[in-house]
Design a protein around this ligand. Structure first.
Ligand SMILES: [Zn+2]
Length: 338
């Protein structure tokens, strides 16, 4: 009887609540509403600040970016992925000649490089965090690289490569999605891993290192990648390239549905790809047949130039891409089949 009274009371409350407030009670909406434009700005502006000197992999600016990302994950209670913590350190080596610039992470290749005599090495760090799901052996991975091109002291006027679009924008999206998943207050069905790759600009080093050293490839249900999601071509500022693995048409259908329902300001170009191995950190995952979704807003005149700065980011567009990607990530983590 007491239970019946309680449910009548709850039902009456639900009727009294305005529609918006009732919708906010759904876990997916709680997460959605936690994604806010001020935080997109905060993350991009911090990571692309001159003080971080272009976030060069294995240099102090890169380490500061990593500390910042970890401090946010820890504050939200997103757990470290490794027993040792959030970091996955690895070594990279390069033969120093004016003609060659090829960084290697394979221990045998590193030994060969060191044998040649003229080499440089750097300590790089991937960052991985996890929200454990009900299924502890099925994974969804959401990632972006956080390194950029660093500092070139002999470039006239400004040799600082801030890398706001490439790829502070992508890092801000992954951070906000992690925060949103916590804000849902609901344990996902699958285990969700948040990844921030180092050394992408030197040859996808971080994502390659992770894929080469983690054997559960067949248990990764999907990998979502972000690389440059804050700008767009001059002639098509709302453009979004939405790459996804052709064998999973659901990835395209979900975005079509969400665009219709939410009226996002970006304009997606749906590109189903049989094996999306090119371009960014999706490559190492696609090569081991993990299904991919990859968000990318295309090149612009500031691409890989010191002028890729935080003030040129289209924040309303970045916000909507982040929200759309969160909805996709939520489905990747919770839909039984796709
Ligand atoms: Zn990039």
């Amino acid at each position: 009887m007491k239970k019946l009274f309680q449910s009548i009371l709850l039902f009456s409350f639900a009727l009294l609540l305005p529609m918006g407030a009732a919708a906010q009670k759904k876990p997916v909406e709680r997460g959605y509403n936690a994604i806010i434009i001020e935080q997109s700005k905060n993350y991009v502006e911090f990571l692309a600040d001159d003080l971080l000197q272009g976030r060069d992999a294995g240099k102090p600016g890169g380490y500061i970016a990593a500390r910042y990302i970890v401090s946010l994950l820890r504050e939200w209670g997103v757990q470290p992925f490794f027993e040792s913590g959030y970091y996955q350190p690895f070594e990279a080596a390069n033969v120093v000649t004016p003609m060659r610039n090829s960084w290697e992470i394979n221990p045998d290749s590193i030994a060969c490089i060191k044998a040649e005599g003229f080499f440089q090495t750097r300590r790089m760090n991937n960052i991985l965090a996890v929200i454990p799901g009900e299924l502890t052996d099925e994974y969804v991975i959401i990632g972006a690289h956080y390194d950029h091109l660093g500092l070139q002291s002999d470039v006239y006027v400004d040799g600082l490569y801030n890398g706001a679009d490439d790829n502070a924008s992508g890092v801000s999206a992954v951070l906000q999605i992690a925060k949103a998943m916590v804000a849902t207050g609901k344990r996902p069905l699958r285990t969700v891993i948040f990844a921030f790759w180092d050394g992408e600009e030197k040859g996808l080093l971080g994502s390659k290192h992770f894929v080469n050293n983690w054997d559960n490839h067949s248990r990764i249900k999907a990998y979502m990648n972000f690389d440059m999601v804050g700008r767009g071509p001059v002639e098509k500022p709302r453009y979004l390239k939405y790459f996804y693995t052709e064998a999973h048409p659901a990835f395209g259908e979900w975005l079509r549905e969400d665009c219709k329902e939410r009226g996002f300001i970006f304009e997606p170009d749906y590109i189903a790809w049989d094996r999306p191995i090119g371009g960014s950190d999706n490559g190492p995952f696609a090569r081991v047949d993990v299904p991919i979704v990859w968000y990318h807003t295309e090149g612009h005149p500031d691409y890989h130039r010191p002028s890729d700065s935080a003030d040129k980011i289209d924040y309303p567009k970045l916000l909507d891409i982040t929200r759309a990607a969160y909805l996709c990530a939520w489905r990747m983590a919770n839909e039984k089949e796709y």
